[in-house]
Design a protein around this ligand. Structure first.
Ligand SMILES: Nc1ncnc2c1ncn2[C@@H]1O[C@H](COP(=O)(O)OP(=O)(O)OP(=O)(O)O)[C@@H](O)[C@H]1O
Length: 499
């Protein structure tokens, strides 16, 4: 046994994130940690990585009890962590990011060539190809993920914590990452893997520990369980398959005409994009991230001014209109990056619940306190948002619970048009079921939804029509009832549709 966590408890005031958690890791093992949003997975790993101090309990590494007061302590004990959000310096090269903190030096200053050589050697040794000289901001997300892992390997990690490592990767990048993790574990490295993607866990994990409400509800060998049993252990009930009613599309709500954005270093170009979404319809956009989906959504929501083309909402041109006006005319927006666009982290759950829509909840310039509190408390219940109270700061919510708050706020607006970008990123299987149900309810109420998701299963499950984007263009449209993952993947990669 390489690592043992004994009876770890962590309380934040009235909230207990971990309750007497026992967890162990063997050398060369891949041990998955699963559980509902807010179950306490990230907190437990932050404790192991020295970012938080446990209220009680102990950590033993290779038979020796340890007290970590910072990540530097944990790194010294050969523990590395790759966080949910990349922690790389975008303007630095791959090699610079990998050696940071342990930079090779020459007589005067930093030895770039040696850093690149070390990076190449590490990449070769562990079969994780990267380009040492490439700036991180120009790397694909898959490559960035490899850089994160190589960085902890460069620090000498034997135990590697991966917190939702596949959340932003394409299906191919996910496959490559899982293969790399397997290969590393065969070479003796041990992994703790947090993920909501139970299928992936079943593919790579040796053992799986389930957390619920901060407690361990069970540790099982992967070969003795299956996805259904895991879901049940996590959410405490069986999940039900949703019923999708036959679409009854009405009049056009959103029309995008010849939308063109000349690209620059930050934004890839958008080339003559045309699409429409009707009442009672979900139009899904599939594509490898970075192919113009973000720019399309930003242009539609008024965040980015296009060079050419127009966006019509309910028949009216939104050219030159502010985001506020577009929202007031009938748009709600679940943004793809919840931290950058979705919330103000230092504000409370209640304040975030109003954000962008507070004008609706005022009378004579004064916010209607009790009505607002009732409203936001209602969402907390409906979506099972785990929070100390509605006055808790958003930054203290777990990632998935923050996502549920944003989804609840935007769905509650009952607007004719909704942009749903990665609506279930980082949420657990139970919450995913609820969010999908709510999106379908909006469709049944004749709402028009533009869905962008890197999860093909989500696109296929929810969409009535599927558009595929590649290099800033719509390269294909497929009816959802006959589209297959293979067809979509081929189009996403720039191929032609078949069948
Ligand atoms: N600094 C903090 N202050 C107050 N409460 C916190 C703090 N950090 C975490 N929590 C609470 O502890 C609980 C566990 O959160 P944690 O982030 O560990 O969950 P998780 O299982 O990783 O969830 P997710 O799957 O959504 O990432 C949540 O209720 C969260 O709101």
């Amino acid at each position: 046994m390489l690592l043992q966590l004994d009876k770890i408890t962590k309380s934040y005031g009235a909230v207990t994130a971990n309750r007497e958690v026992d967890f162990s890791l063997r050398a060369g093992e891949i041990h998955a940690l699963v559980g509902e949003n807010g179950a306490g997975k990230t907190t437990l790993m932050r404790i192991l990585y020295g970012m938080e101090t446990p209220t009680s309990g102990s950590i033993t590494v290779q038979g020796e009890e340890k007290f970590f007061s910072s990540p530097t302590d944990a790194i010294r004990s050969k523990i590395g962590m790759v966080h949910q959000h990349f922690m790389l310096f975008p303007s630095f090269t791959v090699a610079e990011n990998i050696v940071i903190g342990r930079e090779p030096s020459k007589a005067v200053g930093f030895d770039r060539k040696e850093a690149a050589a070390q990076t190449e050697a590490l990449a070769r040794q562990y079969g994780m190809p990267v380009d040492p000289w490439q700036k991180v901001e120009n790397c694909s997300l898959g490559m960035q993920q490899r850089v994160e892992i190589l960085k902890v390997l460069h620090q000498g990690a034997e135990i590697i914590i991966l917190d939702e490592p596949t959340a932003v990767l394409t299906p191919l990048e996910v496959k490559e990452l899982l293969v790399a993790i397997k290969a590393l574990s065969a070479k003796g490295k041990s992994f703790i893997l947090i993920s909501h993607k139970l299928q992936e866990i079943m593919e790579v994990a040796d053992r799986i520990t389930v957390l619920r409400d901060g407690r361990v509800t069970g540790t099982v060998n992967a070969e003795d369980t299956n996805v259904e049993e895991l879901s049940r252990l996590m959410v405490g009930r069986d999940l039900v398959d949703m019923i999708r009613e036959t679409p009854k599309p009405g009049k056009t709500v959103l029309e995008v005409k010849g939308l063109t954005i000349r690209g620059n270093q930050l934004n890839p170009a958008l080339n003559d994009v045309n699409l429409h979404v009707r009442e009672g319809e979900i139009v899904g956009i599939a594509g490898i991230s970075g192919n113009g989906q973000s720019e399309l959504l930003q242009a539609v929501s008024g965040l980015l001014k296009p060079d050419e083309g127009d966006v019509l909402l309910l028949g009216e041109s939104m050219k030159g209109q502010s985001v506020r006006t577009i929202r007031e005319r009938g748009m709600a927006h679940i943004p793809e990056d919840r931290y950058q666009w979705g919330v103000a982290k230092g504000a409370s759950v209640l304040e975030n619940g109003l954000m962008g829509h507070y004008r609706k909840y005022q009378r004579n310039g004064i916010l209607r306190g009790s009505a607002i509190r009732k409203l936001v408390s209602g969402w907390v219940q409906l979506f099972g948002i785990k929070t100390g109270s509605i006055y808790t700061k958003a930054q203290n919510l777990s990632g998935g619970n923050l996502q549920k708050l944003i989804v609840a706020r935007e769905l509650a607006q009952k607007t004719p048009f909704l942009i749903a970008a990665e609506p279930t990123r980082g949420v657990d299987v139970g919450a995913m079921e609820i969010i999908h149900g709510e999106l379908l309810k909006k469709r049944a109420e004749q709402g028009a939804i533009l869905l962008v998701s890197s999860e093909l299963t989500e696109i296929l499950k929810l969409s009535d029509r599927i558009l595929v984007m590649n290099e800033g263009r719509i390269v294909g449209e497929l009816p959802a009832e006959s589209a297959t993952e293979q067809q979509i993947s081929l189009l996403m990669a720039g191929g032609k549709a078949v069948g």
